[in-house]
Design a protein around this ligand. Structure first.
Ligand code: GDP
Ligand code: CA
Length: 375
């Protein structure tokens, strides 16, 4: 199995023992409850997350929480945790570069996000947006908060002074002790556009204005073929002990990241285990409208179908280019484990709802446990 060489028993001894024990007892791990890796183990790990916006942000926050609990009193400022974040939803609006997924992850990790509304900054006001509306510029259905606009102005300032998005992101995120290095998947502008009966539009217009109700015929990434991974992206994949595919939109979040030339290849070649977490629970999306994206590319909204869509990295009878070593599904989807394993993907079931710090941290622990070799 790829990765077994670099992911030694020494890194996760107790997880290997527990996993071996589960397999020995049941023949198949169905409900997985990992123990917490000890401090030394996590401390030595490089974990890279492939992330979209809200789902990826919650998952990455849970991962950081899990690692913090395993490393009490340790400053996580190092780059042990890295999130490679989707930039396909980005756009220029009223002269500003908006990067919704990067900002969702940043605000969530900074504790600055509006948990109730689900996006943007907490304690937000919208005076500037009201002015923009009065002038008739921008998208009236796309409200940007005043604090949020401060971020966009700062980013646009950096970009206009010639810095790439990755460097602008580094400078902006330095404001908060995130404990996770955020890297945009690419510095190039790869906006996702959606082809519909009513014309082709920016993803944000389809998603926010039309609430994904217009039937999508295709998703087209502008400037995709010419894009290159941002500095640090390929290294974060190649050098990782574990790569975690967040429970993010498989099409316009993870799919966009994977489509940037070089990233899928890096994931195929890394010695790290690649473990995905299903964004689909019991045949439905948890938050958002990702089912509309799956339907558009002919993938059923189920944990199994998303695993099949991502594919296995290492089964000889699988098509080339598969992504996953392992796939974590919700307990309610445990019946699909044999079918997922038949694809050549190690599978386990655990609670996947990220309701709070405890459930999110436990989910991250379960995903990491699934990366441990079978012994
Ligand atoms: P977006 O860019 O803001 O749309 O966010 P992402 O692409 O990162 O994630 C969207 C996906 O996250 C949706 O498909 C949701 O089903 C999934 N999601 C949100 N919350 C949870 C959760 O608590 N558990 C799981 N497993 N998935 C979730
Ligand atoms: Ca997004």
């Amino acid at each position: 199995m790829p990765g077994a060489g670099s992911f030694t028993r020494g890194i996760f001894p107790e997880l290997v023992d527990e996993y071996s024990c589960l397999v020995a007892n049941s023949g198949r791990m169905t409900i997985l409850r990992s123990s917490t890796p000890n401090a030394v183990s996590v401390d030595r790990m490089k974990i890279t997350v492939i992330s979209g916006g809200v789902g990826g942000a919650r998952f990455t926050r849970g991962l950081r929480e899990h690692v913090r609990r395993a490393l009490p009193g340790t400053d996580l400022h190092g780059a042990e945790l890295t999130a490679i974040v989707n930039t396909g939803d980005d756009m220029w609006l009223t002269g500003l570069r908006i990067t919704p997924d990067l900002d969702s992850v940043m605000y969530t990790l900074a504790g600055e996000n509006d948990e109730v509304r689900g996006w943007g900054r907490i304690g937000e006001t919208e005076r500037v947006s009201a002015e923009l509306r009065a002038y008739g510029v921008g998208w009236p259905w796309f409200t940007l908060g005043d604090l949020d606009l401060g971020t966009h102005i700062t980013r646009s300032h950096y970009l206009r002074s010639g810095l790439p998005l990755s460097e602008a992101t580094r400078l902006i995120t330095a404001r908060w002790p995130l404990g996770v290095e955020l890297i945009p998947a690419t510095d190039d502008e790869v906006e996702t556009h959606v082809v519909t009966d009513e014309g082709t539009m920016h993803f944000q217009e389809w998603w926010t204005k039309h609430r994904a109700k217009l039937t999508a015929q295709a998703f087209v990434q502008q400037n995709f073929a010419a894009a290159t991974p941002a500095p640090g992206v390929l290294e974060a994949i190649a050098d990782a002990d574990v790569v975690l595919i967040a429970p993010s939109n498989p099409v316009v979040s993870v799919g966009t990241v994977l489509g940037i030339p070089g990233i899928r290849e890096a994931l195929a070649q890394t010695s790290a285990r690649v473990v995905g977490v299903s964004p689909i629970i019991s045949g439905a999306v948890v938050r958002g409208m990702a089912d509309a994206c799956l339907t558009a590319i002919g993938v059923e909204t189920s944990a199994f179908a998303v695993a099949e869509h991502y594919g296995s990295r290492h089964s000889s009878d699988q098509r080339d280019g598969g992504l996953l070593d392992a796939w974590l599904v919700d307990e309610t989807d445990a019946a699909s484990l044999p079918d997922i394993e038949a694809l050549g993907i190690r599978a386990a079931a655990a609670p996947l709802w990220m309701r709070d710090a405890d459930t999110s941290a436990q989910l991250a622990a379960d995903a990491l446990a699934l990366a441990a070799p079978a012994g």
